[in-house]
Design a protein around this ligand. Structure first.
Ligand SMILES: Cc1cc2nc3c(=O)[nH]c(=O)nc-3n(C[C@H](O)[C@H](O)[C@H](O)COP(=O)(O)OP(=O)(O)OC[C@H]3O[C@@H](n4cnc5c(N)ncnc54)[C@H](O)[C@@H]3O)c2cc1C
Length: 469
């Protein structure tokens, strides 16, 4: 019987446990999952307030990556999956205090339709000229990794970085385009530059190749669950062996011993001293900064590499409003705020429009987002003071003064991984160092994808890796 410790009870650790569960029932393995907080699910947290589904952490996942929807179906949640209302998809960018809709045909930040982009007030004539010239960009095989900002600026100029690349990436990574690795974050862009030169031409070529089945609507861009993302963790947890799940128990140390690992924890309430247990294999499903601390003694080199993966903190604020407010909002999914606008808010989602089942007809539900230095600038404020910041910026941007019916603030300390320039080379070094240790698997958002589908895949792969041992 192999004994496996899973450290971290977010969606990555829970998925690893779920993958092991079938083998546990067959009597092949035994696992123990340690979670430092009182709750399983990590950042997947949903509150139900006045009929609204308020997401404290993630609100959905990208449909294109299959692992989250597949897991939901395996758990019997197939009929609970909901797609974003893409027919109403319109996202605004704040430019000099005005909300300007993103033009039709922009694929991420690459323009693929001439007229809508040409007539859009989102870009200056200089940037529009750069877009036309970009179509003649020669193929280029970059020697080294670079930042997303650097690649986008080479193709379209600095305004494109400020108005689109940076706000779009802030919404996903909570980080800045100038600090994020193109190869890790937008590998398709690096590849398109290598093969086609022009990103615009490459996107058009890719679109032509895509099969378009007749009468079949394209899948929604985002998928969520009717009762919110916490529903995924809540459905998964009862499918695990309950006596294997230990909450309120942070792992304090991890030491190689007798071909496996000794895991030391303070039992709940810390009334007695450290308790240790021996395992044949360990799955570390915590943020890399937490993994770095646990491996500091057994592998200082691996610990240093893990600690070098940056994380940003974020704050989400959920606000519920009445019917009148809902009717006064512009149509669409919400807006993004470039840092050059000098606001603290980075994005606001009109959650009642993005998905059905999020709010009753007579309610509006807004989700406001702060990250990185913008979140740090208000981190120490009380919830009431943060809500005042949100209200005053919403008033400046939307011109709406109404008081919310409810407001909730959620703070996430160092929860979003930032894949810096050279991230993939760092992962290669991490992999080499990991192989020098007793059986150890790494899962979570610090490695090959920050979104929920990638975290689920990482949990499944981590479980398979220790099973194959
Ligand atoms: C505000 C926000 C919005 C997001 N929005 C989206 C979105 O819309 N779509 C999307 O796809 N992704 C989104 N993400 C990203 C995605 O939700 C996360 O990357 C993913 O859920 C991380 O899961 P995880 O299990 O790897 O980590 P976590 O959820 O961080 O779980 C790690 C767990 O490990 C525990 N832990 C840490 N140290 C120890 C220790 N020493 N011992 C025991 N336990 C420990 C922690 O308490 C935690 O529960 C968002 C993230 C945030 C923060």
């Amino acid at each position: 019987m192999i004994r496996i410790a899973i450290i971290g009870g977010g969606i990555s650790g829970l998925t690893a446990a779920f993958t092991l569960e079938e083998h546990r029932r067959a009597g092949a393995v035994e696992y123990t999952l340690y979670e430092s907080s009182a709750n399983l699910g990590g950042v997947l947290r949903t509150e139900h307030i006045q009929g609204c589904v308020v997401e404290a952490g993630p609100d959905s996942f990208i449909t294109e990556k299959p692992w989250a929807a597949d897991l939901s179906r395996t758990l019997g949640l197939g009929d609970q999956l909901i797609g974003s209302n893409d027919a109403d998809r319109k996202t605004y960018i704040l430019v000099r205090g005005r909300l300007i809709p993103m033009p039709d045909g922009l694929m991420f930040m690459v323009p693929t339709k001439i007229l809508p982009t040409g007539f859009s007030p989102l870009f200056s004539w200089t940037t529009k000229l750069r877009m036309a010239q970009e179509l003649f960009h020669p193929p280029r095989s970059a020697e080294a990794d670079e930042s997303v900002a650097s690649l986008v600026e080479r193709h379209y100029g600095a305004e494109m970085v400020d108005r689109l690349a940076d706000p779009l990436l802030s919404g996903i990574y909570g980080g800045e385009a100038a600090n994020l690795s193109v190869r890790a974050v937008l590998p398709r862009f690096a590849e398109m530059e290598r093969t086609h030169g022009s990103l615009g031409r490459a996107m058009l070529a890719a679109r032509k190749k895509m099969p378009r089945p007749a009468n079949k609507p394209s899948p929604p861009l985002f998928t969520s669950l009717k009762n919110g993302m916490q529903q995924l963790a809540e459905t998964l947890v009862p499918r695990l062996n309950q006596s294997s799940l230990i909450t309120n128990t942070p792992v304090e140390s991890l030491q190689p011993a007798a071909g496996g690992w000794t895991v030391e924890v303070y039992p709940e309430a810390r009334r007695i001293g450290l308790k240790s247990d021996h395992f044949d294999a360990v799955i570390l499903a915590v943020p890399t900064h937490a993994a770095a601390k646990l491996l500091a003694i057994s592998s200082p080199e691996l610990s240093t590499e893990l600690a070098a993966i940056g994380y940003s903190s974020s704050i989400t604020v959920g606000l519920g409003y009445d019917r009148e407010f809902r009717q006064s909002l512009p149509p669409g999914f919400g807006f993004l705020v470039p840092r050059s606008e000098g606001k603290r808010l980075l994005a606001a989602t009109f959650a009642h429009n993005k998905f059905s089942h999020r709010a009753p007809e007579d309610r509006a539900l807004l989700r406001c987002f702060f990250a990185g230095s913008n979140a740090e600038s208000i981190w120490q404020l009380s919830d009431d003071a943060i809500i005042s910041v949100v209200r005053s910026e919403l008033q400046e941007i939307l011109g709406l003064r109404a008081a919310p019916l409810f407001a909730r603030v959620y703070k996430w300390n160092s929860a979003m991984a930032q894949y810096g320039v050279g991230h993939l080379e760092r992962l290669d070094r991490i992999e080499r160092l990991r192989q020098q240790l007793p059986k150890l698997a790494l899962a979570g958002n610090g490695y090959r994808g920050i979104g929920i589908p990638d975290c689920i895949r990482s949990g499944q792969e981590a479980a398979k890796l220790v099973l194959d041992a």
